[in-house]
Design a protein around this ligand. Structure first.
Ligand code: HEM
Length: 391
């Protein structure tokens, strides 16, 4: 993380730091991390809007394959249109009843206890199960997916060289296992076609172009890495907000139609992804600073979302905020492909909790621990107590 976020406390409440940096050094070069930081809404927006000047290509980790996330036009356009065909609003909306059923199942197993850890009991398993079903993975293999996706998003906790190497080794192993797993699934789908995402991806074509098996595999792995931890944190950050404001909790249980607006405001207020990286392709000026070709540029979405020139009373959580043009799913050509799915999962998770639980509170004496990742915003555990409405 940036040097100013030098304690767990500040990483749980980083927003005053972002506000100060946005006022004092809106675009600055950080010598220790060797990159630019961009804090204002308009500047973040300008960077994300201009893929010709700010490229998404970056050095890939070992075994990491090029995916749409790290491609620039024109390849990005081609790939994105192909995967868009598989990830249509219909595919996502049809998942609604299944997401609701999975949510109920997860709540069923903890409700009678009157307490649960939102992260482990609820917000981690929900997106993993959903993505596994979407991809067409048989239910008995779900636990494998949970393990693999945990490893893929894991960062070192202590920052020692040894630990760093160990994390890398685990990621390589998980990627190899996932590749072998998907290779098997793909060969099955080639003989007996189905309606899951992998089958649709294998069939999709643009101007006679199809995805290779390798591309289908790396895209599937990207979905696990990009979709699971982010959605986990959306749900947990939403519940955190509800425990901070009991009136809001009451209001949502009385007017569930406000839940979509609640999720949008959670995305703005506690964004699961705090920053987005790019590389300058040419010398360019941003916020009065001269950025050189080849420089790394980090756009702080978590700061842009609190920019007072864009949002009224940005540090207040306002359910009625309209428009709510937060940048939490990015902007432009790389705008999050999974946004409709993440929103749907977030909305259903909160709706089911409001239907079945009340007086949700953070258990007393709990010190929140931030996730040890520079860009992901969330907590490792969020133990709550509650009263049950029905189970
Ligand atoms: C891209 C955030 C959930 C798949 C992105 C980007 C952001 C983001 C900020 C843009 C990255 C960039 O510009 O470099 C989030 C958040 C989520 C979420 C906050 C949850 C609340 C999901 C889910 C999936 C997904 C559920 C899929 C199942 C993707 C993919 C891309 C992407 C494939 C790359 C799109 C492209 O490069 O064209 N996401 N995401 N995300 N996201 Fe999400």
């Amino acid at each position: 993380p940036i040097a100013e976020l030098d304690s767990a406390e500040k990483r749980i409440h980083p927003f005053p730091v972002y506000n100060r940096l946005r006022q004092t050094t809106p675009v600055r070069y950080d010598e220790t991390r060797s990159c630019w930081d961009v804090f204002r809404y308009d500047d973040v927006h300008a960077v994300l809007k201009d893929p010709a000047a700010f490229s998404s290509r970056r050095a890939l980790a070992v075994r990491e394959k090029e995916t749409i996330l790290t491609m620039d036009p024109p390849r990005h356009n081609q790939m994105r249109s192909l995967v868009n065909k598989a990830f249509t609003p219909k595919v996502v909306n049809d998942l609604g009843p299944r997401i609701a059923a999975i949510t109920d199942e997860l709540l069923d197993s903890v409700l009678s206890q009157g307490r649960m850890d939102i992260v482990h009991d609820f917000a981690v398993p929900l997106p993993v199960i959903v993505i596994a079903e979407l991809l067409g993975v048989p239910p008995e293999d779900r636990h494998l997916f949970k393990e693999w996706s945990d490893v893929l998003v894991k960062g070192p906790e202590q920052n020692t060289d040894e630990e760093f190497r160990q994390v890398i080794d685990e990621k390589i192993k998980a990627t190899d296992e996932l590749t072998a797993y998907f290779t098997k699934i793909i060969s099955q789908r080639r003989t007996e076609t189905a309606e899951d995402l992998i089958s649709i991806l294998l069939r999709s074509e643009i101007e006679g172009q199809k995805l290779s098996d390798e591309e289908v595999i790396s895209f599937s792995i990207l979905l696990l890495a990009a979709g699971n931890e982010t959605t986990t944190n959306l749900i947990t950050n939403g519940v955190r907000r509800l425990t901070e404001d009991p009136q809001l909790q009451q209001r949502l249980s009385q007017t569930p139609e406000d839940i979509p607006a609640f999720i949008e405001e959670v995305l703005r207020y506690y964004p699961p992804v705090q920053a987005i990286g790019r590389v300058a392709t040419r010398d360019i000026e941003i916020g009065g600073q001269r950025i050189k070709a080849g420089d790394q540029v980090v756009s702080w979405v978590a700061s842009a979302n609190r920019d007072e020139t864009k949002f009224d009373n940005p540090d207040q959580f306002i359910l009625e905020r309209k428009p709510n043009s937060h940048l939490s799913f990015g902007f432009g050509i790389h705008f999050c492909l999974g946004a409709p799915l993440a929103r749907l999962e977030g909305q259903i998770a909160i709706r089911k909790m409001m239907e079945r639980m009340k007086e949700i509170q953070l258990q007393s004496g709990i010190q929140l621990t931030p996730i040890p990742s520079p860009f992901v915003y969330g907590v490792k555990e969020f133990p709550v107590s509650f009263r049950t409405l029905q189970f």
